[in-house]
Design a protein around this ligand. Structure first.
Ligand SMILES: [Zn+2]
Length: 202
């Protein structure tokens, strides 16, 4: 018995094959970065990187709105804010393909029906698992909920750090970018907006 794993490691576990041109692209990038893609530690890296990117970008394979298909009408007259906060997420910036790591707060004011609370996080992940900019991610999540749930109001606040800024470029670790999108009464009514922001902790 040998515990050595080689280039066949992935195939033996029944994972789908990664096309040669995709692996070549990763090898080219390794070379460009200054390393030797044929050294032992990097032999399986091209296929691993390729599969990791499929996973980071799983959102392209779904329509996040589908998570809002199932609503509950029995809300017992509840017509106050529904808020899910501190939802951790990971995305990648479309300018550097570098990680965006952060948390989101998503709130809405129901209009006779609600969704299962975990669905709000699923909508977020559906849009986050793509190449993104934080501004668009924030808007897409808010608009998806607005359009499909037809609530009285939606608020999305996203706070994230961008590896393209913390690990390269100006190299400023700890810096957080905050974006928000308010719709309906959260946008039009100052008291309502203040209430949702304070529930979110802002
Ligand atoms: Zn970037």
């Amino acid at each position: 018995m040998s515990s050595i794993v080689g280039p066949d490691e992935d195939r033996s576990r029944g994972k789908p094959p990664v096309p040669d041109n995709v692996q070549d692209a990763v090898r080219t990038l390794i070379e460009w970065a200054g390393d030797d893609p044929s050294r032992e530690g990097l032999l399986d890296t091209p296929s691993r990187v390729a599969r990791a990117w499929k996973e980071y970008c799983l959102g392209y394979e779904e329509d996040p709105a589908r998570h809002l298909d199932r609503v509950f009408e029995e809300v017992g007259g509840y017509d106050e804010i529904v808020l899910l906060k501190d939802i951790p997420f990971q995305s990648h910036c479309e300018h550097h393909m570098a990680p965006i790591i952060g948390k989101a707060a998503i709130a809405y004011l129901p209009n006779n029906h609600v969704v299962g609370i975990s669905k709000l996080a699923r909508v977020l992940h559906g849009f986050a698992r793509r190449l993104q900019i934080q501004e668009r991610l924030t808007a897409e999540v808010a608009e998806c909920i607005w359009e499909h749930l037809k609530p009285h109001a939606v608020a999305v606040v996203i706070e994230a750090s961008h590896a393209c800024m913390t690990a390269r470029g100006v190299r400023t670790p700890g810096v957080q970018m905050v974006t928000s999108r308010m719709m309906g009464t959260f946008r039009d009514d100052e008291r309502s907006r203040k209430e949702v922001l304070s529930l979110m902790g802002y």
